[in-house]
Ligand binder design. Structure first.
Ligand SMILES: Cc1cc2nc3c(=O)[nH]c(=O)nc-3n(C[C@H](O)[C@H](O)[C@H](O)COP(=O)(O)O)c2cc1C
Length: 224
């Protein structure tokens, strides 16, 4: 079977019958780290070690401007007490959206582990120096890709993109030091809420939320 192999579309009945039972392993407040970043780092490392989870550091980023929220996947590249970092094109639709409204949401959907982590917070641009440091670690072909892509702008043809890539590859040959494009860099999402969800039997899932207040992180359980 290839990606192009024709398959019958699933009908409503088939989709509505898709369900699985969730597990016995639960979340107890006493087992959770009082610091949600440490708790997240533990879950991320468990997801990364799980062969069923593909791209454990992939997260869905939601932005909202006016009355239209939008989502897309980006890769988490760092997590510290300060927050969650990803990299992108500063001219992209997501960046324009963040420029208008810095409030964002992140979601890590680790379905094979019956887990998700949802984060609310504000996105801020990281320093040019920090973006330079990460850009320098990227493979050469990705560095050239960052120059070639006018991310989120209309593109007449695939050939045009490949032509632009080849032009930048000639300008910055493999082995040379490729400068970071000025329109490319990182965002730090500073969290105000981090919620851990663990699937349980009979749909009695565990849902524990940490909310940031003046006195630090407050931990509460919510109905699933
Ligand atoms: C697994 C995966 C990882 C991705 N990682 C990134 C990323 O780290 N940065 C990025 O700008 N786009 C990434 N993308 C592409 C985005 O989902 C999106 O298509 C692109 O950033 C344009 O989004 P926008 O038009 O909403 O700005 C990724 C897509 C997938 C499926």
């Amino acid at each position: 079977m290839t990606l192009d192999t024709p398959m019958a579309a699933m009908d409503r009945d088939e989709i509505s019958k898709m369900r699985r039972s969730y597990g016995e392993i639960g979340l107890r407040e006493s087992d959770l780290n009082s610091n949600p970043i440490s708790q997240f780092q533990l879950w991320l490392s468990q997801a990364a070690e799980n062969p069923m989870v593909v791209e454990a550091n992939a997260m869905v980023l939601a932005t909202a401007t006016d009355d239209q929220p939008t989502t897309r996947t980006v890769l988490l590249k760092d997590v510290t007490e300060a927050g969650f970092t990803f990299f992108t094109n500063y001219n992209s639709a997501k960046s324009k959206s963040i420029d208008e409204n810095s409030k964002v949401s992140l979601l890590f959907p680790w379905y094979p582990m019956e887990r998700q982590v949802k984060i609310l917070g504000s996105a801020v641009r990281i320093s040019g120096e920090d973006s330079d440091t990460y850009f320098a670690t990227r493979p050469w072909s990705s560095q050239i890709g960052a120059w070639a892509s006018n991310q989120s702008a209309p593109l007449a043809s695939r050939e045009e993109l490949e032509k632009r890539w080849a032009e930048f590859a000639t300008k910055y040959p493999e082995g040379s030091q490729v400068p970071r494009p000025p329109h490319w860099g990182g965002f730090l999402v500073i969290p105000t809420m981090i919620e851990f969800w663990q699937g349980r039997y009979s749909r009695l899932h565990d849902r524990i939320r940490y909310t940031k207040g003046a006195a630090g992180w407050k931990l509460e359980r919510f109905y699933p």
